[in-house]
Unconditional design. Structure first.
Ligand code: PMP
Length: 436
């Protein structure tokens, strides 16, 4: 019976009630002059894209004149759930040739191993959807990308965080955490999650020996290692081999890439996942979106085929300059603390030497009212009801009780150098006054 609007009451799903709005999304609502919060790309090949759009539309007009109606309508249509084949092919070739990703030497065959997604965020969600039941275990570095933590919490995972240092996650602890997870929870973890090239949030890069060791750990324990390579294209130095390059039989590593950081935010990601998971991955993706936007894939195919190598070096140099300005200005103006030293990506991580400093409170009460934003470090830890940590002193998995509050992630990606310098000087001053 219709009860009238005021009587309507929606009963939300358990996870919706349980998990609050992500900190980043909440913060993106504030408009500030000195924006160091989300990892928004601020250097994009805009002229190149204007040119590509023109090229694509000229080509379409030509096809229409030639009465090749279906060739054009298909560019605005539903595509295969796995993606637009010409883009899959170009991307597969690039992955094999530049990053040594084990893919068949025949591009036609190789393309079948590449899945296009609606952003790599979608891959993270899908992997949770197909692998995680409530109570299952996943292993992440502490701190970890909150876009991975969110979906894992939504599927009810136990998230075991493992200590990281200035080079990233520590493989010995990953290995011990796996053993302890079997003892403590009677479960082999389903996923080990890492960002080897310029981590989000810490900006650290895993050295070669750790990459190799992590692969061996995944293989020895038969666990899926999710290698999130979101910042692979924004590396200031020649990047190290991906962990995926060791996975010759395509069994233990899901390799996730995105076009969002270096091309434009078209919501197009791509991945190479173990053969065994492909069908279920596509089943889940079909339920979510049926298809990723086709016209965006058409545009990106032209970019990846013809333009990326011409414009990427300049994009990378631009981010490197921004990074240098941020870190140098931090060193000159921030109070005592520790910062990471990024060699790529979008982020620097800073921890105050004063352990009582609360970066979340400071953000709301001091930074945002003064036109500065960043993401407090606590946002990169799971909620207490899902969170555990491997404690190397006790050599045990213990509930994650106290989340460090004295850290922040600063993004240098969005603003030009002069605003980065001004904003960091301002933030440094505010922090110094506060921490006096
Ligand atoms: N992984 C990491 C580490 C990221 O930083 C991001 C973007 N913040 C993503 C995945 C998702 O990117 P997209 O969905 O735009 O491909």
């Amino acid at each position: 019976m219709y009860m009238g609007l005021k009587d309507v009451r929606y009963t939300l799903s358990a996870w919706t009630e349980l998990i609050p709005e992500s900190e980043i999304r909440r913060l993106l609502k504030f408009t500030v002059k000195y924006y160091f919060a989300g990892g928004k790309p601020g250097i994009l090949p805009l002229e190149t894209f204007a040119k590509i759009l023109e090229e694509v539309s000229q080509e379409q007009l030509k096809l229409l004149q030639e009465k090749k109606y279906f060739e054009v309508i298909n560019q605005y249509n539903y595509e295969k759930t796995a993606g637009y084949d010409p883009l899959r092919k170009v991307v597969a070739k690039r992955l094999r040739e530049r990053d040594n990703i084990p893919l068949p030497s025949d591009d036609e065959e190789a393309k079948n191993k590449v899945i296009i997604t609606t952003g790599s965020q979608q891959s993270l969600f899908i992997l949770g959807d197909i692998l995680i039941d409530p109570g299952d275990v996943v292993i992440t570095p502490a701190p970890a990308y909150l876009g991975f933590l969110g979906p894992m919490m939504r599927f009810g995972a136990r998230i075991v965080t493992v200590p990281s240092d200035d080079k990233g996650i520590i493989p010995e602890y990953v290995e011990e955490a796996i053993k302890k997870s079997i003892e403590t929870f009677k479960r082999v973890p389903d996923i080990v999650y890492v960002i080897p090239d310029s981590d989000n949030p810490k900006g650290t890069t895993l050295p070669m020996n750790r990459r190799k060791r992590l692969y061996e750990i995944a293989e020895e324990n038969k666990i899926l290692l999710v290698e999130d390579a979101a910042y692979r294209d924004i590396q200031f130095q020649k990047p190290l081999p991906p962990i995926k390059s060791f996975d010759k039989e395509n069994r233990w590593v899901a390799y996730l890439r995105t076009t969002s950081k270096e091309a434009a935010v078209f919501r197009i990601g791509y991945c190479v996942i173990p053969d065994e998971l492909i069908d279920n991955f596509l089943k889940s993706k079909g339920y979510i979106d049926l298809t990723s936007p086709t016209i965006n894939q058409v545009i990106l195919k032209v970019y990846y085929e013809k333009y990326i190598d011409k414009v990427l070096p300049e994009t990378i140099r631009g981010y490197e300059r921004r990074c240098k300005v941020m870190t140098k200005t931090m060193d000159e103006h921030f109070p005592e603390g520790f910062r990471t030293d990024p060699t790529g990506g979008f982020f620097v991580w800073w921890e105050s030497a004063n352990k009582t400093f609360n970066a979340s409170v400071f953000l709301e009460k001091v930074a945002i009212p003064n036109d500065v934003s960043y993401v407090p470090g606590a946002a990169f830890y799971p909620l207490p009801q899902f969170g555990y940590m491997y404690d190397p002193d006790k050599r045990e998995i213990v509930p994650l009780k106290e989340i460090p509050e004295n850290a922040m992630r600063l993004s240098y990606s969005y603003l030009p150098e002069n605003l980065i310098e001004e904003g960091i000087i301002k933030l440094g001053k505010l922090l110094s006054e506060h921490l006096r």
